[in-house]
Design a binder for this molecule. Structure first.
Ligand code: HEM
Length: 397
């Protein structure tokens, strides 16, 4: 069975295999499992809800500072280590989070609401006019990129480039194309951050360019990496949750009908269920800062601990009938957005975006029919669809 356990570190498992079956086995028989070094450094896998949540809540014992994703040994340390919000130890994390959190506060999101609804309307309208679409790139990608561009005040003329680069960074066929697109994003933010440090405006790049930690401005490279993280984290996850949610609704017609019938009441629980079901951030990683016992196993200071969020979200101890997609599920304390001090800063924004697109979909679209086979991404980091071809017909009457 060890061979099957190791399959969770193989990207092809997520494209064509069945990670759920392996996680189910691990939750029952090996909830805190040590993986020997190989392609990856040695690490612990946590698959149950309780251990995952305990680790995420304890940032002193389980540090994010040297990286939150499991990387092949050959790639070395994460370049964002000790630089970005997500990859910061507690003191630096508080300073950075304090500086940007106001942008994600309810008041700011309310102001954004109308713009967001307008963009959702246009995106769904354009898709309907086309008729035949890839929901992932033609619908789910548009709104989150637009919103992050608005927060970063990216000039409107540059936004088509940003949309194209983010799409290529996630969906391009080859690894070379994906990393080229990512380099273009970093170059772009390099220039923008310099400009905003010299002439600050009312936007998140300017906030990051002027934030101080221990009396000094952040190095420009840190500003760029933080902008990149906001763009990447804030667009890719929403895109995956939206498109995985659309597929789940199509595959469960009774759930689709329940949501459509009473959208206003059902949308909040439906969005949480979509987040749980899709668990687009497959895992997050921590490094133990001291010796500690987890689930009866001895974890040593320095060990890597991988929290499989997608597995924790199917743990029957916390979710009755975990493999049932239920848009009215409540309570639903899923971990798709993390937990503890690094809990996703974009949580409310992500929920608003998913709600806005679903609302427009139910308002404008009548019939939805598959127009090809959905394809999944080959990744151990992000979980979800690479493409979802659909044929859309306008709603009548
Ligand atoms: C469906 C949508 C989303 C999902 C599933 C998601 C998932 C997550 C998760 C699991 C974490 C915790 C990482 C950890 O514990 O190491 C996180 C953190 C973060 N997310 Fe999200 N996210 C989403 C949307 C967004 C959006 C819309 C933004 C911003 C535009 C965003 C920005 C961030 C940032 C900056 C962090 C780091 C927070 C910190 O370390 O304090 N995310 N996200």
């Amino acid at each position: 069975m060890n061979h099957a356990i190791d399959s969770i570190t193989d990207g092809t498992t997520y494209r064509t295999g069945n990670p759920e079956a392996t996680w189910r086995h691990m939750r029952a028989h090996a909830p805190v499992h040590w993986h020997e070094p190989g392609l990856f450094p040695g690490f612990w896998s946590l698959t149950r809800y309780d251990e995952v949540k305990a680790v995420l809540r304890d940032a002193e014992t389980f540090s994010s500072a040297s990286g939150i994703l499991l990387r092949p040994l050959a790639q070395g340390e994460d370049p964002g280590s000790d630089r970005t919000l997500a990859l910061s130890a507690p003191a630096r994390h508080s300073a950075l989070r304090g500086a940007i959190a106001q942008w994600f506060a309810p008041r700011n999101l309310r102001l954004l609401g109308e713009h967001l609804d307008g963009v959702a309307k246009a995106v769904v309208g354009d898709a309907l006019a086309a008729g035949h679409v890839d929901f992932v790139t033609d619908v789910a990608a548009g709104l989150p990129v637009e919103v992050v561009c608005a927060f970063l005040d990216i000039p409107v003329a540059d936004r088509p480039d940003i949309v194209a680069w983010t799409t290529d960074a996630f969906c391009a066929g080859s690894a070379e194309e994906r990393s080229l697109a990512h380099l273009q994003i970093l170059d772009y933010f390099g220039e923008l951050a310099e400009e905003r440090r010299a002439r600050p405006g009312d936007d998140l790049v300017s906030v990051l360019a002027r934030v101080r930690f221990q009396g000094a401005l952040l190095p420009m490279e840190d500003v760029v990496l933080n902008c990149d993280n906001l763009l990447v984290g804030g667009t890719e996850n929403v895109r995956l949750a939206m498109s995985g949610g659309m597929l789940a609704l199509l595959e469960h017609p009774a759930q689709w009908a329940a949501l459509r019938e009473d959208f206003a009441h059902t949308a909040p629980t439906a969005v949480d269920e979509i987040l749980r079901w899709t668990s687009s951030a497959t895992h997050v990683m921590r490094r133990a800062t001291r010796d500690v016992v987890l689930g009866g196993r001895q974890v040593r200071a320095g060990d890597r601990v991988v929290c499989w969020l997608a597995s924790a979200n199917r743990d029957a101890a916390h979710f009755p009938d975990p493999d049932t997609f239920d848009v009215r599920r409540t309570p639903n304390r899923h971990l798709a957005l993390g937990a503890g001090p690094h809990y996703c800063v974009g949580t409310q924004l992500a929920k608003l975006e998913i709600t806005a697109v679903l609302r427009e979909f139910f308002t404008q679209v009548g019939e939805v029919a598959p127009a090809g086979t959905p394809e999944r991404l080959e990744s151990i980091v992000v979980n979800g669809l690479r493409s979802l071809p659909l044929h859309l017909t306008p709603r009548t009457g």
